[in-house]
Design a protein around this ligand. Structure first.
Ligand code: SF4
Length: 451
């Protein structure tokens, strides 16, 4: 495999070791590629079964649960903005390019979001609870413009307990950031930014439609750092013409200028990016090659002092990745905006698609599509899911939910396949880079033991 020649020597031994542990596992009847393929994430609950309650009844239930549920615990807020300046071919997010009637869409969506914020804010006990983070995702939230964003942030401050400790975070492309926008966001007290850099290689940037030069991207990250913001980004495995040497060199450039966190994931084909996959024949990329690139990127960060705070997010201490790590702290999630989901205790809800959302939000109702209660088995699975996704699964939690015997069997298998390590203290476990690749398989195996 040509890839081995491109890998820095320091990674070859450990990755080959991972591969051998998979290949040698006596229970495996499949060839190596088939084993590595077994990595798909289970679908979220709302995608595998129908809602228990329609939107109106879900809201009635929530307005009773959310005022009482763990009323002393902090919770986090997620706001989804489904617009982008243009649509990137590789992207799988729920987002539309703003072309016709741009201002009408922006104004209507802002109004609807503010209305939704006010409806939730009328739940007085919810209003009192501490908020850990407010995370704006999408899409590109900055397409709303600073004035509208300011209006939304103001509504959040007026309706919820947003304190000095509450982190304000947003996702964006670098091209949306100007000096003026930096300054407005700073005044609004945003302190964390997740930038979709994707690549600093000219050739790759051209293929994926990124307009700015790498130098300008780095300059903007430096500027965010100077403001005291925490900056994180993605490492996407499987973009066209993006080989391991480009990935490692980009990671080094980003580390050097102070990027605090990296989320590593594989580009996965879906109905939203199928044309892009076809255009660049991405489905033909050997799975072993992607697996090796994933492992190498992961190890590269570990060797530079980054640590998992989620199964696929490695960071320095400053980047706490509060929104994505909130389940480990047992925080509820108040999701707002189209397709945003959320949960209070064991009740989950979800908003509908864009047009449904705009129509469904009324003075009395935050526009939910439906809601469902986790069953006893789904609740057990959720606890195991949180453990595995945290990157530090606790065998004792597994033993208490499954049985000591089942937990030992699962962990023994995962340790044998080098998916989980026992930490040197002997007191805790953590997912290896191999385990991060196979998170979907670990989740399925945990789920099977509940049945
Ligand atoms: S990659 Fe980012 S900017 Fe591009 S379509 Fe997706 S969300 Fe929008």
């Amino acid at each position: 495999m040509d890839l081995w020649n491109q890998l820095p020597q320091e990674y070859v031994g450990s990755i080959k070791d991972q591969i051998d542990s998979l290949r040698n596992d006596e229970k495996q009847q499949n060839n190596l590629e088939q084993i590595i393929e077994r990595r798909w994430m289970p679908k979220p609950l709302w995608a595998v079964r129908s809602y228990d309650l329609d939107g109106i009844k879900a809201w009635k239930t929530l307005s009773e649960i959310s005022v009482t549920h763990r009323s002393n615990n902090p919770y986090c807020i997620y706001i989804h903005v489904p617009f982008c300046r243009s649509r990137c071919g590789y992207c799988d997010c729920y987002a539309f390019p703003l072309t016709k009637n741009e201002q009408r869409h922006i104004q209507q969506y802002t109004e609807t979001l503010v209305q939704e914020i006010e409806i939730w804010g009328a739940l007085h006990l919810l209003k009192k609870r501490e908020i850990s983070t407010i995370h704006f995702g999408g899409g590109t939230p900055l397409t709303l413009g600073c004035q509208n964003l300011n209006r939304i942030v103001k509504a959040l401050r007026e309706n919820f307990n947003v304190s000095k400790e509450t982190e304000l975070a947003f996702e964006t492309t670098s091209s949306m950031l100007t000096e003026e926008i930096f300054s407005s966001l700073d005044q609004m007290r945003f302190t964390r930014i997740h930038i979709g850099v994707q690549s600093l290689q000219d050739k790759v940037r051209k293929l994926i439609g990124r307009q700015e030069s790498p130098e300008i991207v780095l300059e903007k990250i430096r500027f965010a750092n100077q403001l005291g913001w925490t900056v994180s980004t993605d490492v996407i495995i499987g973009l066209p013409e993006y080989g391991i040497s480009g990935i490692l060199s980009d990671m080094d450039s980003l580390i050097e200028i102070g990027v605090e966190g990296f989320s590593i994931y594989e580009l996965v084909q879906s109905s939203r990016n199928r044309l892009f996959f076809n255009k660049f024949h991405l489905a033909d990329q050997p799975i072993l090659e992607k697996f090796v690139m994933f492992q190498t990127a992961f190890q590269h960060l570990l060797r530079r002092g980054y640590q998992n705070n989620l199964y696929n997010h490695l960071s320095k201490k400053v980047d706490k990745n509060i929104y994505f790590t909130s389940p480990s702290r047992h925080e509820d999630l108040l999701g707002m905006g189209t397709i945003a989901d959320g949960y209070f205790g064991n009740f989950l809800y979800r908003h509908g698609s864009y047009l449904h959302y705009l129509k469904a939000v009324t003075e009395m109702n935050p526009g939910l599509e439906g809601g469902l209660f986790r069953s006893a088995a789904e609740t057990k699975y959720r606890q195991l899911e949180i453990e595995l996704r945290s990157g530090k699964p606790d065998p004792m939690v597994f033993a208490s939910i499954l049985s000591e015997e089942k937990a030992m069997k699962l962990f023994a298998g995962w340790i044998r396949l080098k998916m989980i390590n026992i930490d040197p203290s002997g007191e805790s476990c953590s997912l290896t880079p191999n385990g991060a690749w196979f998170i979907g398989r670990l989740l399925s195996e945990a789920s099977d033991e509940i049945q």
